[in-house]
Design a protein around this ligand. Structure first.
Ligand SMILES: NC(=O)c1ccc[n+]([C@@H]2O[C@H](COP(=O)([O-])OP(=O)(O)OC[C@H]3O[C@@H](n4cnc5c(N)ncnc54)[C@H](OP(=O)(O)O)[C@@H]3O)[C@@H](O)[C@H]2O)c1
Length: 324
């Protein structure tokens, strides 16, 4: 199978349309060798984009990815690593960082150094502001992110779950002061959660060339159909720390819709998960779909979504739209 690569919005960087992330899995479900195996499996399918964040497993996820990358020994030019800042870390990982829930300059300047240390990298390719911070001026955050890029610690910067207004505001500040601009937003996007990507950000794609690296294409596994009869023992939903997700994962109305999606998948000869991921790929404003997996077989299954997306004719898309 040949991977497809898309430019990250107006940036020159080309990313695989299917990428791989470490939220929940690295450090909670998977140890270092399992983490390495999943990255190797993704890379074998052409994935060049690996997503992380300082807050994932309180820094452990970055440590596991860094150790795996070191062992894998890939040419640094051939892959993209990202991380994200906002929530901060407990003091034992914090390298002196006392700040939490902030995008202030002091926090950002220290957080990037601590992340690079855990990842054992000289730079990340994209540093994201993981959430908006209403208590810090946009101007302060934009100047700090510009400095991170100018100092060679990140190649690009972006946002995650910001409003269109704040993204545009940050872009305009950067434009006015000739600073590095935010090039990408990382929003949730899946069949149950479409409005930000399809409506709120609509003008930003053409006006500022925004790229998107979208998360939870399977709504944490709900869109595989495996939560229709309860929480499977070996699933994300079975983790104590994920109990807050049960309302959504076990929602009878949502699961009934997923059963209908499964019927369309059956007609196409694919799995429900593959169809849900393929549907995300059909949106041209999606630069990459960040997949997650707790085992290699899921990576293998999910990567085939690329072939399924070629089968999604306007008729099939209309059938899917009709049930959601
Ligand atoms: N910026 C943000 O705020 C933000 C937020 C969330 C995520 N993200 C990023 O986006 C990435 C993807 O998000 P996500 O992990 O929530 O994606 P997802 O695709 O919605 O869920 C992935 C999980 O679903 C299950 N799964 C995956 N493929 C499956 C298959 N074929 N059959 C059955 N189960 C399957 C696995 O969990 P189990 O096997 O354990 O059930 C897997 O870990 C994250 O790793 C992270 O990098 C970013």
């Amino acid at each position: 199978m040949t991977m497809e690569y898309r430019r990250l919005g107006r940036a020159g960087l080309r990313v695989s349309v299917l990428s791989f992330g470490s939220w929940i899995t690295y450090g909670n479900q998977l140890d270092e060798s399992a983490a390495l195996n999943l990255m190797a499996a993704a890379r074998d399918h052409g994935v060049n984009f690996f997503d992380n964040a300082e807050v994932y497993a309180s820094g452990k996820s970055e440590e596991l990815m860094g150790a795996a990358l070191k062992k894998l020994g890939w040419d640094r030019l051939t892959y993209v690593v990202t991380t994200k800042f906002f929530w901060g870390l407990p003091p034992k990982f914090g390298e002196g960082i006392n700040e939490k829930n902030t995008l202030n300059r002091k926090y950002l300047m220290q957080a990037i150094d601590a992340s690079l240390k855990r990842l054992q990298l000289d730079y990340v390719d994209i540093a994201y502001c993981h959430r908006p911070d209403p208590n810090t001026s946009l101007e302060e955050t934009v100047f700090a992110m510009h400095d991170m890029v100018a100092r060679g610690k990140a190649t690009y910067w972006g946002t995650s779950e910001w409003s269109a207004v704040d993204i545009m505001g940050a872009w305009q500040i950067a434009d006015k002061h000739h600073l590095h601009k935010p090039i990408v937003e990382q929003p949730e996007y899946n069949l149950f959660n479409r409005s930000k990507v399809e409506r709120e950000y609509a003008r930003l794609y053409s006006e500022i060339g925004l790229g998107t690296t979208i998360w939870s294409p399977l709504a944490s596994g709900l869109l595989t159909g495996k939560y229709a009869k309860g929480v499977p023992a070996d699933s994300r939903g079975s983790l104590k720390s994920m109990a807050w997700m049960h309302d959504s994962l076990l929602d009878p109305a949502k699961n009934a819709i997923v059963v209908k999606l499964g019927a369309i998948a059956q007609d196409l000869g694919c799995t429900t998960a593959q169809l849900a991921i393929a549907w995300c790929l059909k949106n041209p404003n999606v630069s990459t779909v960040i997949t997650g997996a707790s085992r290699v077989e899921q990576v293998t299954e999910n990567m085939k979504a690329l072939q399924v997306s070629a089968q999604l004719t306007p008729d099939i898309m209309a059938r899917i739209n009709a049930i959601f």
